[in-house]
Design a protein around this ligand. Structure first.
Ligand code: SAH
Length: 382
């Protein structure tokens, strides 16, 4: 069983296994390894996720001897909320303490009856997209599954006080989800599991900057919804905006996307994210190019007005430019939405999440420790 992700922040030896860092299958395996019947795992999950009880001693339908035996090696440990900001538009951002004194941000976006939680998957990000402030903070490791599902758990706990519930989860916070694959899959499994949050696969979106091997692996592993941060209609520009493109150019990325859609084999479309940068990627001829490259891909397009941050060097496209770009794509038959900017006053909008990444020095070393060697070789980053 895999309780601890391949992160740089393995638990110290004296810490117990975290029941939040696994899914139903993993827990069933643990329980049967301890010599008990499978259904104990389901009982535990019900206590944790449905009744919101984390203390094994309070799980009264489990025998005392089982509780004692399990309690010696495992516990349900949540990350801790250490800060909260509410935007004038109702968007809420929480700062959550994770391992090694770092913290990450999650954002709840209420929108006409829907409550979308944007969760982080890594502490910072190593991909360094040129217009994203998360990347500028550097990278300090992967989140564990408990720290990813923990964000959903904590936000749901807060929201339930108002009688509301999370309806959608997007892995669009800090980090590149596909570079923290195992933990992201464990966490999304619990988001979908009836004994977890019971969200449909259509309501859980993993967003990637284009780590192509991760897309193929995801296709074999799960069927959550997928969003691609494309941002440019050709390699010359994408190489600059999204540097991972130098390793996995657009043609390869779109091939992987088509494969993913074929594997999930329902009628779902992929989401293409395109941040609108004034004078950089917002010209009409670029909309033409975009409509050409996406021709045989079942997708909808989200245009994201650029969210500025100090020293970014970019500006947001003008409203009328975005509208023209959108109208053109709609005219070509693409469902194209302009994403409303939310939570800008509290720096909770796309690409503005920075958390508190403890140690920003020596990034190269951190890349090395945060990745499996096979992934590193494939990435071939500077
Ligand atoms: N690494 C993943 C998950 C991050 S999602 C990915 O790249 O998909 C965050 C989304 O917001 C991505 O599409 C990202 O490119 C976009 N984004 C980043 N910085 C932004 C900014 N300053 N303004 C608007 N969108 C931004």
């Amino acid at each position: 069983m895999k309780f601890v992700s391949d992160s740089t922040m393995s638990l110290s030896r004296d810490q117990k296994l975290n029941l939040f860092s696994t899914d139903r299958k993993g827990l069933e395996r643990l329980v049967s390894d301890l010599g008990w019947s499978n259904y104990r795992a389901r009982q535990i999950l019900r206590w944790i996720y449905h009744r919101r009880i984390q203390d094994l001693d309070l799980m009264t339908d489990l025998s005392k001897s089982f509780r004692k035996q399990l309690g010696e090696i495992a516990e349900a440990r949540l990350p801790q909320i250490i800060g909260k900001e509410i935007s004038t538009d109702g968007t809420t951002k929480w700062l959550t303490r994770v391992a090694n004194g770092n913290s990450v941000e999650m954002v709840l976006i209420p929108d006409s009856g829907r409550y979308t939680l944007c969760v982080s998957s890594q502490i910072g990000c190593m991909l360094d997209c040129s217009f994203c402030s998360t990347g500028k903070q550097g990278f300090n490791g992967n989140l564990e599954a408990s720290e990813i599902i923990g964000q959903v758990y904590l936000a749901e706990q807060e929201l339930s006080k108002e009688g509301k519930s999370i309806t959608n989860v997007v892995l669009m916070g800090m980090g590149e989800p596909l570079l923290n694959f195992d933990s992201v899959v464990l966490a999304t499994n619990m988001m979908m599991d009836d004994l977890g949050f019971g969200l449909s696969k259509r309501r859980i979106t993993v967003s990637t900057a284009g780590y192509v091997p991760g897309i193929y692996k995801l296709a074999e592993t799960t069927d959550v919804s997928l969003a691609i941060s494309l941002h440019a209609p050709n390699d010359a520009l994408r190489d600059v905006l999204v540097p991972i493109n130098r390793k996995y150019p657009i043609a390869e990325l779109l091939k992987a996307c088509r494969h993913y859609l074929k594997q999930v084999s329902d009628k779902r479309a992929l989401t293409i994210e395109y941040t609108m940068l004034r004078g950089v990627n917002d010209k009409l001829e670029q909309a033409v190019e975009l409509s050409e490259i996406l021709k045989d891909l079942r997708c909808k397009i989200n245009l994201i007005p650029f969210n500025p941050f100090p020293g970014s060097g970019y500006e947001r496209s003008e409203e009328k430019t975005i509208r023209k770009f959108q109208d053109f794509l709609v005219g070509r038959g693409y469902a194209t939405l302009k994403r409303t900017t939310r939570g800008e006053d509290i720096s909770a909008a796309c690409g503005q999440l920075i958390g508190a990444v403890d140690d920003r020095t020596n990034r190269q070393e951190r890349y090395l420790s945060g990745l499996k060697s096979s992934e590193l070789q494939q990435l071939n980053l500077p």
